[in-house]
Structure formats: structure tokens, C-alpha cells
Design a protein around this ligand. Sequence first.
Ligand SMILES: Cc1ncc(COP(=O)(O)O)c(C=O)c1O
Length: 382
Amino acid sequence: MRIYLDHNATTPLRPEVIEAMCAALRDVPGNPSSVHAEGAAARAAVETARERVAAAIGAAPETIVFTSGATESNNAAIHSALAAARPKERRTIVTTATEHPSVSEPLASLETRGWRVVRLGVDRDGLIDPDAFAAALGSDTALAAILWANNETGVVQPVRRLVELAHEHGVPVHVDATQCIGKLPVDAATLGADTLAASSHKQNGPKGVGLLYLRPGATFEPLLRGGGQERRRRGGTESVAGIVGLGVACELVRREGPARAARMAALRDRLWNGIREKIQGARRNGSATAVLANTLSVGLPGAPGDVLLAALDLDGVAVSAGAACHSGSVAPSRTLLAMGLTADEARCSLRMSVGHGVDEAQIDRVLAILPDLVARVRESAA
Ligand SMILES: Cc1ncc(COP(=O)(O)O)c(C=O)c1O
């Protein structure tokens, strides 16, 4: 029986999600844009999902646009904000040095086309300084783009304060909340961000579906045009079964409330306490308080993360040596380097993220095998 501790990369589908998706695939063949009964049934399925998603993030249904995932949502939000900016007056984008590539890469591409990108550093805890953020905002700032919770370290930025500061400077804010739903309270309306991106597969929904929240009343310039779907905000026939799955996943988040995160935190703390006790030199990367309930990034000096990952995999345990959504490379994590870790410290790090299906016995099994593996890897790496 394998032990899956890589829930920040993706999560297994909950049985309720699979059932609802199978029913939609089987029983809802229509195109939501068609006006006949089959079309109306597909439209109804999409709109029920929209209500569920909206309820899970404290938003009104009409503020939700379905997308193909958070990568598209992030790209669409950046595209729209810059299309609305007056290019001659507002050429600067303020962001952080620890964004997910679905934000950092579009911004790097814009930089080559004349936009100025200010990337704020983070401290040893992985947090950006709100005063430095405020100081970076000016009358030339077109957009602030902030990662709410980091996928590698789980570090949670003081996003509400950052949104307030940006708005005090008249700057629109995009928040990447992909890692947040189900792990911390997300209330889009009170957060006040202009746009907010999230994905389905980080909270037990299917892959290839996401959402973009748009602040009520905000203008929006679509990235994908054609077909007029999603109230002309995202062209393309909707992935009906995927959207239904996302809806059920969000309904489960809403129903389970804070108990879900509390359970994750208990498992994560059990793991960290065991590691700290049993593995000499182990240290935690990033804030231990401003952190997602399910995430543990640990430094294990002398034990390269990629070697440990392979050894754990052979023993039936799935973890990540860095950012698994884009892993496969042995380059040290950008996020850990930005926090001031050396390349060696960053390389000798592991990310373990818990979620649905993980229990105490699995954590204890990992704690039974990890110390020995670390000792062996340290010996062979020495
Ligand atoms: C913080 C963050 N943003 C964006 C993404 C991209 O999401 P998706 O896989 O839905 O495109 C991910 C994960 O892959 C992520 O962790």
C-alpha cells in the first residue's frame, strides 16, 4: 500500500467527485450552449457547480469563470489587468520572487516586451515585507500579483494586508490562491482582490479544470475568445464533467469546514515532531506559523532531496524534492534560494504534503523508515 504525501502537487479524487463526474459523463451529453433539453441539462449542471464553487470561496456565482486550470486563470488575470492599464502611464508590475511559474513566466515574457517587473524578496521565513511592498507601489504600477500560499513551502503571505495596501495606491491585485482552498478560509468578497485564481485538482477535484474569480463590477478582457461562453469571459466549450467534479470537491470543502484543515495540521505536526526527534540536523524551511495546514518543507543536511525522493519512492512513499508541478530538474528551488538558503541547503530539502487518505499509521510508517534512509543517503553522499 503506497503512502502519498504529495498533495500540493495534486490530490486523489474523492469518491463523491468520481461518482458525480461519471454520472455527468454518462447522463449529460449536451453542450451547455445549446438551447434544446440536452443543452439545458448541461447548462444546469455547470450552473450548479458554479454555485458550489462560489459558496466555497465566499463569492457570488456570477463572479466565477471556469478555466482549464490555475495556469490559465493566472495568465488570463494578468492579460486582463494589463489590457486595462494605460501602457504609457502604468508599465510596472509588482510581484514576489517566489511566484509559481504560471505567474513568473508570463511576467518574465512581458518584461522582454518592455514591461517593468519588480520582484520583491522574502525573508528567511518566506514572507514578504508589507512595507517593502507598499514602497514598491507607485502611480506607474499596473498590477500587483501575489502568491497567497507557496506551493513548495506552504508559507502564507499576509494577503489581506497586501490587497489593502495595493488598493490604497490604486493598484489592482491578482491573487494566486491555488494552494489555499480547503486548507485555509478563502473569502473572496472580503479579501477584496480584483482577481483570484484556483485549481480543481489541489482539493480532490479533477485535473484540467480551474476557476478565476472576478471582483464584481470589474472590467475583464478575455484571454480566450470565441464562442462567447462563460458570459463572454472565456471562449471554449465547457468541460462539463470536470466542472461538475470541481463543484462537488468545493461542496465537500464547504461542508467539512475548518475540520479538514485541522486534521491535516495534526498529521503534518505528527510528521514534523517525529522528524525533529529522530533525524539529527533536520530543520524546517519557512515560517512554522504562517503556513498551510498540510505542508512541511524540511531541510535534511547532507541528504540530497532527489536521492531521498527516489529511495522513498522505492519504499512506497511519494514526496517531492521541490515544486513537483514542475519538477524533473535537479536545479535548487527558486523559492528556497529566495529565502536565503544556500544551493546545498535547498537541494537537501524535501516537501511533504498531506491530505485526504493520509492517516496516523501512514505517518508513523514514514517516521519508521525515513531516519534510516537519511542516514544511508548521508553516508553515500559524504
Ligand atoms: C500555486 C500554484 N499556482 C498555479 C498552479 C497551476 O495549477 P494548474 O495545475 O491547475 O494549472 C499550481 C500547481 O500546479 C500551484 O501550486
